[in-house]
Design a protein around this ligand. Structure first.
Ligand SMILES: [Zn+2]
Length: 407
């Protein structure tokens, strides 16, 4: 899928150190030895693009890529688009337009939101609709090898499930989660009679008869399972080593866990050495979600006259792994910050070399963006009138390359 333009990344003097980022599951540092890093980030289901929760996730991985590149590493970055899924079909039905039209318009909106927020595009942006044949072949292989089984309903449709009786759901990071409840809330069907294990994930929702895609039927009447899609796209586009598997914190279970199970079905298996799940964004006291109708959309903020760089700065003002609540006031403060930094770029600039070292140091410490922004504030305060044109140019380049702030 065509993504969006690569933002300009001016070259900076010297190199940064690779980031030390803690795995969301274990709390231990993710090994990122380089020189190549393979990153997989779960993409959108294109029907409510792009709310601030999405934007926070994609800006987080954008910062990770910037820091890795600054340390001289080469990043292969794959993101999917779940353009074949029930919530999309349901929304299309509710608003009375063909699902493909809805998906395409939402993909277009996401593309333009990522462009204005200066997010680095994925190396491969892969739509599920582009890998249906591969998904079907993979599902057939799982069935043939005895790892998956079919269940037929009264209408004669057969759905296929991956066995999880051999899976281990006892990781400490899953403690305290009611797995069955969360699985059900996320579109799973733990109560379906005949399932070998309540948590078995669907790998293919079948067509009438025991076929996968019946003639004349469209996606919606059949579809692949969500978790297996991400596993297959990761495998096909990144190979068997994924350095970081990323997404929002709400994907920890079941999505990331089930994706890991599917990863093990490949021969040789895919190993995702690290997992980063970004914090959730709330609005008016509740987690931002379509079901609650409290989504704050990037495009609406920009329509209201807020500038994209202030939106980006608002996101960067929160640690990637913490949950936070959005208020308009934060955006207004971010606008003031942007204005101030622009002014300093014209009147100050001295000490930018030291600032670059501090910002690099902050970002290498688990992508501490709030710390990096605070360091810039402090520098701006001290150096507002210490004019140094070379320093000002370095400050401008640093903001672009490391923070994606195009002042
Ligand atoms: Zn995914």
């Amino acid at each position: 899928m065509r993504s969006w333009p690569m933002p300009q990344l001016p070259e900076l003097p010297g190199t940064g150190t690779g980031p030390r980022v803690l795995d969301s599951r274990t709390g231990r540092p993710i090994p990122l030895p380089g020189p190549e890093v393979n990153l997989y980030v779960c993409g959108i289901t294109p029907y409510d693009a792009t709310h601030l929760g999405h934007a926070f996730t994609y800006v987080t991985f954008d910062i990770l890529i910037r820091v890795l590149k600054d340390a001289g590493m080469d990043v292969q970055y794959v993101q999917n688009i779940t353009d074949i899924d029930d919530p999309l079909f349901e929304r299309a039905e509710a608003v009375g337009i063909p699902w493909r039209e809805l998906a395409d318009s939402q993909i277009g909106l996401f593309r333009s939101d990522m462009d204005v927020l200066k997010v680095i595009p994925p190396t491969d942006w892969v739509a599920v609709s582009d890998v249906l044949d591969e998904l079907e072949e993979n599902a057939r292989h799982l069935i043939d090898s005895g790892s998956a089984y079919g269940l037929t309903d009264d209408s004669g449709r057969t759905d296929y499930y991956r066995e999880t009786s051999d899976a281990d759901f006892t990781g400490e990071y899953l403690a305290g989660i009611d797995l069955i409840d969360v699985f059900r809330e996320n579109g799973g069907d733990p109560d379906r009679p005949g399932k070998h294990h309540p948590l078995d994930p669907m790998i293919w929702k079948g067509a009438v008869g025991d076929d996968f895609r019946a003639e004349g039927e469209k996606p919606g009447e059949w579809r692949p399972g969500w978790h297996v899609e991400c596993a297959l796209i990761g495998h096909d586009f990144l190979g068997t080593t994924i350095s970081v598997q990323g997404g929002g914190a709400d994907l920890l279970f079941p999505h990331q866990e089930m994706t890991s199970i599917h990863h093990r079905d490949f021969d040789p298996p895919v190993v995702a050495t690290g997992q980063m799940n970004t914090g959730l964004v709330a609005f008016e006291g509740e987690k931002m979600s379509k079901s609650l109708g409290n989504l704050v959309l990037v495009s609406k903020l920009i329509e209201r006259g807020f500038e994209p760089m202030a939106v980006r700065l608002t996101l960067l003002n929160h640690r990637w792994d913490s949950n936070w609540e959005y208020t308009d006031e934060q955006l207004t403060l971010a606008e003031r910050r942007v204005t101030r930094w622009r002014r300093v770029r014209h009147t100050g600039g001295a000490g930018a070399g030291e600032l670059l070292a501090t910002v690099r140091e902050r970002l290498s410490d688990s992508l501490d963006t709030p710390g990096a922004l605070a360091a810039i504030d402090e520098w701006a305060e001290t150096n507002e009138h210490n004019d140094d044109r070379e320093g000002a140019a370095l400050f401008d380049d640093m903001c672009k390359t490391l923070l994606g702030l195009y002042l």
